[in-house]
Write a protein that binds this ligand. Structure first.
Ligand SMILES: Cc1cc2nc3c(=O)[nH]c(=O)nc-3n(C[C@H](O)[C@H](O)[C@H](O)COP(=O)(O)O)c2cc1C
Length: 358
């Protein structure tokens, strides 16, 4: 009996299967506004149980990359509404990933008046693509003042309300992969000496205040979070207390009753190994749903579900390249290979033109 293709519950929702489309930034949102091409792309993939959108900024300050969407203007909300409707019409549920890029940004990618922010004035090593001038070093962020922190929390809460007003089933807080929330969590990017830096209780304060505000805005059944313990993407570093810090965080998130935790494992992409022990820790500490991701194929997904390691499996690159991934995994058909050259380029090529089975 397939677990993967059986229905599942998520809060008050029933998912048509346990396959989740991972959040995938695709940079097709010209002017930071979701458009018809994006609606077509998501609708093509709506045989998933749950779609988690690409990282979407709660504010102009959070738009680090070119052509990523936001959810803070009326025009953005209207664009996302068409996407949520198109996905729902085909049976999937949809959560919006709220991604504030923080210091992974360049001013050339931001609208006039927006600011590159971070917990501390420490630039991330590495380069950022800009449409205007090609590759640039990640910008030096301004260390957020307490007022900046309060407005960012308010932006997340308003963004979550906007997502629900646009018809979304919930939001995923992007607490992974070196963006603003993880920049606060990690000691190499957070060297604050106030109540938001130092101990894990302090480094996690921003994340938990964001979670509390978003829960207050839309309800805990609609709020999940993505985390990347042991992740080093975007100049995050490994450190000694990683496992105990994330264990503490798991208890806090459990106490708040979030609907899911979504664990990133980029070791199939060459990143450091994410020990099984930390995935098992999330499973035992957190009573909501657990989503595992990273390098899954159908057989491994079935195995991990059958072993009770998680409730749902998220898949990125295979979904990117196979709009009908569910049908292919059900029938064992061959898959299209993802074309990396068109991951982040504008237009339909490598986006909506991957072939489906006849
Ligand atoms: C093109 C591309 C864009 C991505 N964008 C995001 C993103 O916006 N948010 C996020 O949390 N992860 C993002 N990821 C990571 C994926 O969600 C996923 O964790 C990763 O691809 C590993 O899963 P896979 O082996 O199934 O592809 C991205 C990955 C790729 C390849």
């Amino acid at each position: 009996m397939s677990q993967l293709f059986s229905t599942a519950t998520l809060g008050t929702l029933t998912l048509q299967n346990r396959l989740v489309m991972s959040p995938l930034t695709r940079n097709r949102a010209t002017g930071n506004i979701p458009n018809e091409l994006m609606a077509e792309y998501y609708a093509q993939r709506a045989s998933a149980g749950l779609i988690i959108t690409e990282g979407t900024s709660p504010s102009a300050n959070g738009l680090g990359y070119p052509r990523i969407p936001g959810i803070y203007s009326a025009e953005q909300l209207a664009g996302w509404k068409r996407i949520a409707d198109a996905v729902h019409a085909r049976g999937a549920k949809i959560f919006m990933q709220l991604m504030h890029c923080g210091r992974i940004a360049h001013p050339l990618n931001l609208p006039a008046g927006a600011r590159v922010l971070g917990p501390s004035a420490i630039a991330a090593a590495g380069d950022m693509y800009t449409d205007a001038e090609g590759m640039k070093q990640n910008a030096m962020p301004q260390a957020m003042s307490e007022a900046d922190i309060r407005s960012a929390i308010e932006e997340y809460a308003q963004a979550a309300k906007n997502a629900v007003a646009a018809g979304f089933d919930g939001v995923e807080l992007h607490g992974a992969n070196g963006y603003l929330l993880e920049q606060f969590l990690r000691p190499n990017s957070n060297q604050r000496s106030d109540g938001y830096g130092g101990t894990i209780e302090n480094r996690a304060r921003f994340v938990l205040e964001v979670a509390d505000a978003v829960i207050k805005a839309i309800g805990k059944d609609k709020v999940g979070i993505r985390l990347s313990p042991y992740g080093v993407f975007n100049d995050m570093t490994l450190y000694d207390k990683m496992e105990s810090d994330y264990t503490w965080l798991a208890h806090q998130l459990n106490a708040r009753g979030l609907v899911y935790i979504h664990v990133v494992d980029h070791s199939p992409m060459g990143a450091p190994k994410v020990p099984d022990s930390i995935k098992e820790m999330f499973r035992s500490v957190f009573k909501g749903k657990l989503i595992l991701s990273g390098g899954y194929d159908a057989a491994r997904a079935e195995r991990d579900l059958a072993a009770g390691k998680c409730d749902l499996i998220a898949v990125g690159r295979p979904f990117l390249a196979n709009p009908d991934l569910v049908a292919r995994w059900k029938s064992g058909a061959a898959e299209n290979a993802p074309d990396m050259d068109t991951f982040y380029t504008p237009g339909p090529k490598g986006y909506t033109d991957y072939p489906t089975l006849g």
